[in-house]
Ligand binder design. Structure first.
Ligand SMILES: [Zn+2]
Length: 315
């Protein structure tokens, strides 16, 4: 598996001296304004490494999977800014210089990361492109962390990458992987619960963020795909897709509107306002961890519980 991951990436593992990085990173704290670092409790059986992740979704998952064997620095942490519009600065590339492993979402979501890697030449960290790892390519929906299947496949790929870099930490990584799997339980149960109660229920979404979760929960996401993809790509949906979506909301053909609060642009807000005035319930969802300090599981579970309660009240 690990070999495939490396071969499928454009970038090849390159040895990196990261010893000097620890000091620079420790000053960053956990502010939304810049990269944020954390490392797990306990003792690593070997010397820990520095890992960088493009968003705090993958950073939090990597942190859970690395435990005490890595310091994970996350680049995108703000729950209010739109990650699709992120632009790196000098603190961003410093985190890469210090890292042995860079975890990317891929699929064009964090293309800026590829540019940093390319600019670092021989001092670039090894890259793990999760979108490629789960078998997708640029042009596919990049929101893979909204798919329980892709999340578990990505976690396995992260564990493999960590083991490859720190073979002496293998038992520690196995233990962390097992705990991670256990901690996914309530989230996976909630997905299954929604599926058993509400499969086929028509819903809407202001952006393509909810496509994979709609599939997992069996909900019928009726919003024109062209609308959702255009919003994600910061382009203009066709007037036809806007009209179709507008009618679906106005005529209450959907039971709930999933509203991505982290999307820039006037059209999603217009649809939110229309849903509110039409009496269509709205459930907020976000691109990155909300609140910023939540774990992946806490964050996803809360959103799914909100959805479940909203669907229950509209039954
Ligand atoms: Zn998005």
């Amino acid at each position: 598996m690990f070999g495939q991951v490396l071969k499928s990436s454009k970038f090849i593992a390159i040895g990196v001296a990261a010893a000097a990085g620890t000091l620079a990173l420790s000053a960053c704290g956990s502010s939304s304004a810049g990269p944020s670092s954390s490392e797990g409790a306990g003792t690593c059986p070997t010397t820990p490494i520095n890992v960088v992740a493009t968003t705090n979704v993958w950073g939090n998952i990597a942190n859970q999977l690395a435990g005490p064997c890595a310091k994970v620095t996350t680049i995108i942490t703000s729950p209010t800014a739109d990650p699709h519009d992120f632009e790196p600065d000098s603190t961003t590339s410093q985190a890469y210089t210090d890292a042995k492993l860079a975890i990317e979402n891929g699929l064009g979501y964090d293309a800026w990361s590829d540019k940093i890697i390319a600019s670092l030449g021989s001092s670039a960290p090894q890259v793990l492109d999760l979108g490629t790892t789960v078998g997708l390519s640029v042009g596919d929906n990049p929101h893979i962390w909204y798919s329980p299947t892709y999340v578990q496949e990505s976690a396995a790929a992260i564990t493999s990458a960590l083991k490859g870099l720190l073979p002496d930490g293998a038992s520690s990584f196995d233990q962390a992987a097992s705990e991670f799997k256990t901690n996914l339980g309530p989230y996976l149960d909630e997905v299954a619960s929604i599926k058993s109660s509400y499969s086929g229920t028509p819903i809407g979404s202001t952006e393509s963020i909810f496509v994979y979760m709609a599939e997992a929960t069996g909900l019928n996401l009726t919003t024109p795909p062209q609308f959702m993809t255009a919003i994600a790509n910061d382009s203009d949906p066709t007037s036809q897709s806007v009209a179709t979506f507008t009618n679906q909301i106005k005529d209450k053909q959907i039971k709930v509107l999933m509203y991505n609060t982290q999307t820039d642009g006037g059209l999603p807000q217009q649809m939110l306002t229309l849903a509110q005035s039409s009496g269509v319930p709205v459930v907020d969802i976000t691109e990155t961890l909300t609140p910023e300090g939540a774990s992946f599981q806490q964050w996803q579970l809360t959103q799914l519980q909100n959805l479940s309660q909203t669907l229950a009240s509209g039954k």
